[in-house]
Design a protein around this ligand. Sequence first.
Ligand code: GLC
Length: 567
Amino acid sequence: MSQTSSAATPPGRSAPWWRDAVIYQVYPRSFADADGDGMGDLPGITSRLQHLADLGVDALWLSPVYPSPQKDAGYDVADYRDVEPVFGTLADFDALAERAHALGLRVVVDIVPNHTSTEHAWFRAALAAGPGSPERSRYVFREGRGEHGEQPPNSWRSVFGGPAWTRVADGSWYLHLFDSSQPDLDWTNPEVDAEFRDVLRFWLRRGVDGFRIDVAHGLVKAEGLPEWDHEQALLDGADGADGPDGPDGADGSARRPPMWDQEGVHEVYRGWRRVLEEHPGERILVAEAWVSPPERLVRYLRSDEMHQAFNFDYLRAPWRAGDLRRVVDATLAAHDLVGAPSTWVLSNHDVVRHASRLGYPAGSEPASGVGPDDPQPDAALGLRRARAATTLMLGLPGGAYLYQGEELGLPEVTTLPAQVRQDPSFARTGGADRGRDGCRVPIPWSGEEPSYGFGPGSASWLPQPPSWRELSVAAQSGAEGSTLELYRRLLAVRREHGLGLGALRWVDLPGAGPDVLAFRNGDVLVVANLGAQPVAAPAGARALVASGELPGGALPTDTAAWFALPA
Ligand code: GLC
């Protein structure tokens, strides 16, 4: 077992590390491949951690590395206390954590409590034990409808397409909000809760600094599993107000989907918080909860629950000044209610990379997956806006999440042929949902040929486009104006000026119209111009960092910059 302790808190700093942390998501399949099998692994990640330290982030969040048949890229967990052999061993995990801590980086791991894999020992036992058994009561088994039980128990649909129920050999059905290989656990069964608290302890003892909770809003279902006959998509969130039915509650409000954001989930996280508090150090729980409005989301962040939640409203906001300002205001106001820091995020392994998403007209940004026959993004526009969007984001107070490769300006790979796509949502919808593979293509590190340093040879589980040669870490390091150097500079200035612990105050810039966002955060002025006309920087302001050129000191369209104001 790892003997390393968490990274030390620097002297003179009183706020807990996570309140303003920039956390970098490592997607293990695609980060770095030490053994050359085309699939990333833990020794690969460890060998590349210096990149994260050089970038200037505070922590890494590791997507799941547990033993898994990889039907959903590791979010189908067969054993929560071990490492998938393709990724390495527990000793490799310990080595990774030790190296990260030595570099001053915290380590957050992913926990997947909504469902297990069908390969998990519990599910195998449930199948073997048969209907009505205690083994089955850890999952959501029900009898079907219809004369012979041949119809699913209710109308719920899987997020990945198709029905949310699968029938087993003896005629019972089990619930899976995701792929049929991901049976939902029954969180009303105390054994389930006890097991997960023990799993948390297992990883806390190994020295992890926190947990990202997968589908945190899904664990508890409404009693009786009431009907919900609507298409599901992760990105839709659990906002009853947007419910396809429109208002239908007694008070005229929309009904909340019965599988998301139910009251009972909060009790689970209160229990988990107590587990964390049994352990020394500042360890955190982070909610992946597609919940809005923000007043609902921050209920996960009450002082006895989680520490942070992903701000997907920000990720989903169109590239329009008014929309962004509304989201920022609503976020800050809601988080203030519970005294939690807000977070900001633009990309992750489930959505179209923002360098491509923003290459579509504002308001028509695609959510998940683009295929070769779909309208293609304007790559130059997308990158320009992505750089501005990140410059805006990292100027905001609170924490921020980065997704591996965004610091290189990597675009979504939109041209992947059907036969290489592996996301279950692609197959389950007959290709109608293009799936998330396009944001999961292995990272280019160096060199002239694929796999561009991802592994020792040419193998990579998804093919990398030839254009990625110019986007590699080596190609961008030290190159003036590169996206990598922009991120490094942003993170350095952010740290130096304490922007993550700052506060935002909107500013009216003289001559700037409604398409310009400008705010003060501490002694820094952040300006983003989303309009067509250039905007002059305030007199005497000194540019600290900018997403693009500032001809004559003015910000052209789709450019953001940070300025030091004259004393
Ligand atoms: C989360 C993950 C996603 C996964 C799903 C089911 O949303 O981020 O990748 O497919 O949960 O576990």
